[in-house]
Write a new protein. Structure first.
Length: 268
């Protein structure tokens, strides 16, 4: 019993460390996106740019070490959920349980990659932006037999996934993961507002990224595929683009603040 309690406590610590690292990263992305909107930086408005921004600051190395630990902890937490399940209710189907576990495993891979990227930046080595990574992957897919059709299917899947994220945000599905009974009225109000804004904006970016991926397949040009950074920068060329990007930048900021709320109220 004591061993199980110790394991549960370790998983909880990993989860809350990881959520804090995620929150900090998204706040930096929001700041960079706002700077892009006013033409004040050429830094990538994505996780890569956030790491480079942190590295350029005093005590940046210490912060990067903390982020690497946080990302590693987050990855281990998601993999533990993938291995043993996320304590879903009995009313939910086995298919949903396995979908949840698969999603947790993939998210663990994403944050393990972020941990590696953080270590590389800490060592002074350059890492690729989200756009460079996506364009490289798109080029490899387009070179395959039926590659264009495959990229269209993937892009359409990302678009659908983005709309699902938006729907879940406005349906307040994220509250299922929060210990709302421990929240006061003020904390619950903030959690609802930040959760809708942050998750909704993330879904909107996914929809745009999926559309650009489909465009890359239609033109057979991987450079039309855009990661988070170029997706946000594209908005600056739209009517009222800089103003629109400032509004969109509030999304990562909201998600970052919501992540900090999760460090206190997330069910683990």
């Amino acid at each position: 019993m004591a061993h199980a309690t110790d394991d549960s406590r370790a998983v909880e610590v990993m989860a809350r460390l990881g959520l804090a690292a995620r929150g900090f990263t998204y706040l930096i992305i929001a700041i960079i996106a706002a700077q892009v909107a006013v033409g004040g930086t050429a830094q990538s408005a994505d996780q890569h740019g956030a790491l480079e921004e942190v590295a350029s600051k005093p005590f940046g190395g210490v912060l990067l070490i903390a982020l690497a630990v946080g990302f590693a902890a987050y990855a281990c937490w998601r993999w533990s959920v993938a291995a043993v399940g996320g304590h879903r209710t009995g009313a939910e189907s086995e298919a949903k349980e396995w979908a949840h576990r698969l999603g947790a495993f993939v998210m663990g891979l994403v944050y393990a990659g972020l941990c590696v990227s953080t270590i590389l930046v800490l060592m002074g080595r350059s890492t690729s932006s989200s756009t460079q990574q996506q364009q490289g992957a798109t080029a490899r897919l387009l070179a395959l037999p039926f590659g264009r059709a495959l990229v269209i299917v993937i892009g359409a899947g990302i678009v659908v996934g983005g709309f699902v994220v938006i729907w879940r945000a406005f349906a307040r599905k994220f509250e299922e993961h929060l210990a709302t009974e421990k929240m006061g009225p003020s904390a619950r109000t903030w959690a609802t507002g930040l959760g809708i804004a942050g998750n909704g904006a993330g879904g909107a970016v996914l929809v745009l990224a999926g559309i650009f991926l489909i465009q890359a397949a239609a033109t057979n040009n991987p450079r039309d595929s855009k990661g988070l950074d170029q997706t946000l920068r594209t908005l600056t060329h739209a009517p009222f683009g800089p103003e629109l990007l400032l509004v969109v930048a509030a999304g990562p900021a909201a998600y970052g603040l919501y992540s900090f709320l999760e460090t206190r109220f997330r069910r683990v």
